[in-house]
Design a protein around this ligand. Structure first.
Ligand code: AMP
Ligand code: TRP
Length: 332
């Protein structure tokens, strides 16, 4: 039986992924690569929609790849590559832009949110065409599934609309991809503001556990996380959002169930519990951070892994692009 294919991408917009990125996304990537034909892409071209210093973009791109590998994305089992290494992404993006309606693209909520925040004059055209590049990222690989967070559902719907439109106008060319929405159970909240999700764009990083932070810094963040009222360690998202979030984190990393952890801390206070969570997180992340730093020390080898991934990706992408050009009537 042929394995189902999956494709996903993540932006290299920060020095470090946070625990929410890992538990909400990358962990599923690692699981899916076991029995799927997986393509994972660091979408460095998408990151250009935010103006970044060149040295910083390069650093973050390599750091993202190193962290993915350290977290378990295995270049032997999947195809891991940088978007900019496969020019077919830009080539198909243009075709997608000529297929998408202006109104259709204007309705993308991510574009509306982001452009509203920065104002029309400071919004780049690339932010508007971002979803068509994403559609190209996806359709080039003919995936069955696209694992993404809930916030990406609309972009996947657009991708499906574009694939359907192309196929019906020009003949069957693209596999119809399905969104594989990552389980919301893995949603991790901010340690200081546990009713909103842990986010790279949080006002303060005090509530954000970063993979590349020192173990000491992360232990400190957990120990000084927001304290709920009461004193029992119990899962209750309404009344105890902070403790519930820490229970989710502990359980996701230690593998113990939430009731087991509650039982272990019966009669003990929040202080003991927070110290235990800090220990679990720190010990889980310690080898991951060390591995990522080791990969980053040998840039040549890391780039070699990514180039090998791009070589594999290009074979698939160029085939789809050639079929697309042919079906469109672009002369050979
Ligand atoms: P972003 O940082 O928003 O670009 O997200 C990258 C990936 O991580 C997406 O698939 C998100 O759904 C996932 N993600 C981001 N923040 C969280 C969070 N706090 N909890 C769970 N998943 C998250
Ligand atoms: N837009 C996605 C995000 O912000 C990242 C992305 C780009 C992506 N291309 C993709 C995700 C292709 C899945 C498939 O999270």
């Amino acid at each position: 039986m042929t394995r189902k294919r999956v494709l996903s991408g993540i932006q290299p917009t920060h020095d470090s992924f946070h625990l929410g990125n890992y538990l909400g996304a990358v962990k599923q990537w690692v699981e899916l690569q076991q029995d799927h034909d997986a393509f994972y892409c660091v979408v460095d071209l998408h990151a250009l929609t935010i103006e970044t210093d060149p040295a910083l973009l390069r650093k973050r791109t390599l750091a993202s790849a190193a962290q993915l590998i350290a977290l378990g994305v295995d270049p032997q089992k999947c195809t891991l590559f940088l978007q900019s290494h496969v020019p077919a992404h830009n080539q198909l993006a243009w075709i997608m832009e000529c297929l998408a309606g202006f109104g259709e693209a204007s309705r993308m909520t991510q574009f509306k949110d982001k452009s509203q925040k920065s104002g029309t004059d400071r919004t780049v055209v690339g932010l508007f065409t971002y979803p068509m590049l994403q559609a190209a990222d996806i359709l080039l690989y003919q995936p069955d599934l696209v694992p993404v967070g809930e916030d990406q559902r609309q972009h996947i719907e657009l991708t499906r609309d574009l694939a359907g439109r192309f196929n019906s106008r020009y003949g069957q060319t693209f596999q119809m991809p399905e969104a594989y929405i990552l389980k919301s159970g893995a949603k991790i909240n901010d340690l200081q503001d546990p009713t909103s999700k842990m986010s790279k764009s949080a006002e303060s990083m005090q509530g954000v556990i970063e993979i590349m932070d020192s173990p000491e810094a992360n232990a400190k963040k957990i120990k000084s996380s927001m304290t709920d009222t009461g004193r029992e360690v119990q899962f209750n998202e309404k009344q105890k959002p902070g403790i519930s979030n820490l229970l989710t984190i502990h359980s996701s990393l230690s593998g113990s169930s939430i009731p087991e952890i509650e039982k272990e801390f019966e009669g003990k206070g929040y202080g003991d519990f927070k110290s235990a969570v800090a220990e679990v997180v720190v010990e889980y992340l310690r080898p991951i951070r060390a591995r990522a730093l080791e990969l980053l020390e040998d840039e040549k080898s890391l780039l070699k892994i990514l180039h090998e991934g791009a070589d594999k990706a290009r074979v698939v992408a160029e085939k789809t692009l050639a079929d697309t050009y042919k079906n469109l009537g672009l002369a050979e």
